[in-house]
Design a protein around this ligand. Structure first.
Ligand SMILES: [Zn+2]
Ligand SMILES: [Zn+2]
Length: 170
């Protein structure tokens, strides 16, 4: 019962816990100002689906980064949106804990699944603008090796670990 970390199955909005029991039945408004990045300079960002339209987050404050703040091209915008929607569909099946949960979890964990392969491609595209890491799904205990390349050579990064070779974090 001790699921911890960014992918915990607790009610959340943008990865932040919410207390409203009817949260799931209410429209999602704009991201509250205090959950948005207001750093004057972006040093690193990370890509993570958080049940919202924008999966780009600041590596410093963990706030949502407005796309305008980076200013990428249309192709990058399109691939970010596409990945975020597809990843979100699979992630929702995992959250639902129903018949599709085992399948969804194996897709979320697999380094060969389309959602993770596409996610790494999007990460690479964003890296042309700001150094970008990809927050990999995990459940239970935090992985001690890189889910993408298998390397055990991970460095500490904030509350998590980063594979410096793949820019994958867990
Ligand atoms: Zn920030
Ligand atoms: Zn790696």
């Amino acid at each position: 019962m001790s699921t911890i970390g960014p992918w915990a199955k607790t009610p959340s909005r943008g990865g932040w816990a919410v207390n409203d029991p009817y949260f799931k039945l209410k429209p999602r408004g704009p991201t509250p100002a205090d959950e948005c990045c207001r750093c004057s300079q972006l040093s690193t960002i990370y890509l993570a689906h958080v049940l919202a339209e924008n999966p780009i987050h600041c590596g410093e404050c963990r706030g949502e980064v407005a796309p305008e703040k980076i200013g990428f091209d249309d192709h990058t915008t399109e691939s970010i949106a596409r990945w975020n929607t597809t990843f979100g569909a699979v992630y929702s099946l995992w959250l639902d804990s129903g018949a599709y949960e085992p399948w969804a979890e194996s897709e979320l964990r697999s380094r060969d699944s389309a959602i993770n392969r596409d996610g790494l491609t999007v990460r690479e595209a964003l890296s042309r603008y700001v150094p970008t890491s990809y927050l990999w799904f995990w459940n239970g205990s935090r992985p001690t090796s890189c889910p993408s390349c298998g390397s055990g050579n991970l460095s500490e990064q904030g509350q998590g670990l980063l594979c410096p070779r793949c820019w994958v974090s867990v």
